[in-house]
Design a protein around this ligand. Structure first.
Ligand SMILES: Nc1ncnc2c1ncn2[C@@H]1O[C@H](COP(=O)(O)OP(=O)(O)OP(=O)(O)O)[C@@H](O)[C@H]1O
Length: 287
């Protein structure tokens, strides 16, 4: 399967923040989730990929070619959604569609109209009259209607109710049925990623923590709940991150089964993405 997007060693620094050594790839037919605490560097990564900010190092490949944001042909193949609409508030929904129709040669007017109906967006409504959720829906509809190969979505489901979110997640899954399509989604709603992502990349304080198949994280990783004695026995490769509670430890382990074979008395729970993030961010990494 061809990689639709490859990010290699991306880096960028600001006065108080440094994004460094960010590398991951997204194969065709898959969805990559990008997660991390507020300020971890998710939007900076996305902006770096899209060339909206200058990259200080690294390269980005789109379908095997350096991503050139000056290339109209390449731009047409990438759909981008940020958390706010970039249209004049006086513009109507249908006018926004008209503008996009004049920009994108592969614009699909019938699909645009179908999506407007599906997401209950009224063509005559003005951008300034849209709620946050409706603006987000419009951004997504505009991105889908030009049939991109790659969708890059920065917090696309924030502000949307669970029903609309579910509809959108279905749309994302349908989109990646085509092996030439891929999606990068940055989000804090990790339950959405648990439903649709194939891979997840975790960022923390500008660094890449891990980039792995979601199933490996959810089925192989675990949280060991143990006391001092067992904690002291653990070897360093068995511990990814840990946190001490009053009289016990929560330990993120990379291989639940291996720990259970070695320490049959151990209590290990399955892990959620939020717990992985919490342990990395609030706990101590490694041992
Ligand atoms: N133009 C800029 N100038 C200076 N610092 C910036 C600039 N843009 C972003 N930063 C800093 O980069 C860091 C990462 O910001 P970024 O928006 O990438 O985080 P994020 O993971 O997307 O956060 P959130 O989840 O809150 O949206 C923050 O500390 C932010 O202050």
């Amino acid at each position: 399967m061809q990689n639709i997007l490859e990010v290699r060693d991306l880096g960028r620094s600001y006065v108080n923040f440094r994004l460094e050594h960010i590398s991951f790839s997204i194969a065709g037919g898959t969805i990559m989730g990008l997660v991390g605490e507020n300020g971890a560097g998710k939007s900076t990564t996305i902006r770096g990929i899209l060339g909206l900010i200058r990259r200080e190092c690294g390269e980005v490949l789109f379908c095997g070619e350096p991503l050139n944001t000056d290339s109209v042909a390449m731009k047409e193949q990438i759909g981008v959604v940020f958390d706010s609409l970039c249209f004049s508030p006086e513009l109507t929904v249908e006018k926004a569609g008209k503008i996009c129709r004049s920009i994108y040669s592969n614009w699909d007017e019938a699909y645009f109209q179908e999506l407007l109906q599906q997401f209950s967006l009224l063509p005559k409504q003005k951008v300034k009259e849209l709620s946050r959720g409706m603006s987000m829906k419009l951004s997504l509809v505009l991105a889908f209607a030009h049939h991109p190969k790659l969708l890059i979505l920065d917090e696309p489901t924030s502000g949307l109710d669970p029903v609309v979110r579910d509809d959108l997640l279905d749309l994302f899954l349908e989109f990646v049925q085509d092996e030439e399509h891929a999606i990068l989604i940055s989000t804090h709603i990790t339950s959405d990623l648990e439903k649709v992502a194939d891979y997840v990349t975790f960022l923390h304080a500008g660094k890449l923590l891990l980039s792995k198949p979601k199933d490996e994280l959810l089925w192989q990783y675990g949280i060991l709940r143990c006391g001092e004695a067992l904690f002291q026995k653990l070897k360093s490769p068995e511990v990814l991150a840990w946190r001490k509670k009053d009289y016990s430890y929560d330990v993120l382990v990379p291989d639940r089964e291996a720990i259970l074979r070695k320490y049959p008395e151990a209590v290990i729970d399955q892990v959620t993405m939020d717990e992985i993030l919490l342990l990395y961010v609030k706990g101590v990494q490694g041992k």
